[in-house]
Design a protein around this ligand. Structure first.
Ligand SMILES: Cc1cc2nc3c(=O)[nH]c(=O)nc-3n(C[C@H](O)[C@H](O)[C@H](O)COP(=O)(O)OP(=O)(O)OC[C@H]3O[C@@H](n4cnc5c(N)ncnc54)[C@H](O)[C@@H]3O)c2cc1C
Length: 251
């Protein structure tokens, strides 16, 4: 019986669903949030992603993964897509897809890189670029659940214009501390010079390892590996560091 229920849930998640773009908004000059109406959405946790499939009239199709940006809210899902220059799928989603158009998606995918409202321990979120997307879903899920789990976010971007969800991050969210880091260009008068995330940043803006936080790190592959190495060197237990890699290194 239990096996049958499990298979039922699994086939639901593997099923491609046609969904409709109902809203879109720019986050930065190169990132756009797309809001989809998804029929019979089974629900999700912050941190999970979906697979998106685009199919051309001649049958050619392309598939990519995108993190879910929104907290669970009925049949609406938000994705935030960062343009990859010369990319096949991301420029299409940003420039071509229009309200009313349909694409296919399936999910939710992922059971490890998730935050669930029953978690009460301190949480450290470490984002590089668009790696903020699934971490924002965790922040939104925390807020929606009225959770008091203490959250700290360290968000690394190239320059101030690259920050997504800026207005929302600036709003006071009790129990959430946000630290911005800039790798190439910092705002005028910013106390920390532009540069790559380092151990001092994590020690200053993160939790001490003794607090036993669960740490979620997401971004380009090189960023994630660098951050995870620094966290282990600082004394964080590797078992409590959960990572999600978006793709090639850089950024
Ligand atoms: C679990 C998961 C979740 C993801 N969530 C998001 C998300 O929320 N938002 C988002 O924008 N992207 C996300 N991605 C990345 C996304 O799946 C695509 O890889 C990205 O949109 C590029 O696809 P593309 O077709 O435009 O580029 P492609 O045609 O696949 O690649 C074009 C060129 O860009 C390089 N490239 C590919 N991906 C990246 C990248 N991520 N960074 C830098 N260079 C790259 C390739 O090596 C290639 O040279 C996620 C990836 C994974 C695995």
């Amino acid at each position: 019986m239990a096996g049958t229920a499990l298979l039922g849930r699994l086939s639901e998640r593997l099923r491609w669903r046609a969904c409709t773009l109902v809203e879109e908004r720019n986050e930065t000059s190169s990132a756009r949030t797309l809001v989809f109406d998804v029929p019979d959405w089974p629900g999700h946790f912050g941190g999970q992603h979906v697979d998106v499939r685009l199919t051309a009239e001649d049958g050619y199709s392309a598939q990519r993964s995108y993190s879910i940006a929104s907290a669970e809210a009925g049949g609406r899902l938000e994705l935030t897509v960062q343009r990859v220059a010369e990319g096949e799928v991301s420029p299409y989603l940003i420039d071509q897809l229009a309200v009313g158009d349909q694409i296919e998606l399936r999910g939710p995918v992922g059971g490890w890189f998730v935050w669930q409202p029953e978690q009460t321990e301190p949480v450290l979120l470490v984002a590089g670029g668009s790696g903020l997307v699934p971490l924002m879903a965790m922040i939104r899920a925390r807020r929606a659940a009225g959770s008091r789990a203490p959250f700290r976010l360290i968000y690394s971007v190239r320059s101030p214009g690259d920050r997504i969800y800026l207005a929302e991050l600036r709003r006071l969210d009790p129990g959430l501390d946000t630290t911005f880091l800039y790798t190439r260009e910092a705002p005028d008068g910013w106390p920390r010079p532009a540069g790559r995330l380092d151990a001092e940043d994590l020690a200053r803006a993160g939790w001490p390892p003794d607090f036993e936080p669960t740490v979620y790190v997401c971004g380009p592959t090189g960023f994630v590996e660098h951050a995870a190495d620094l966290l282990v060197d600082l004394g964080h237990d590797a078992e409590r560091i959960r990572t999600e890699r978006f793709g090639p290194s850089g950024g």
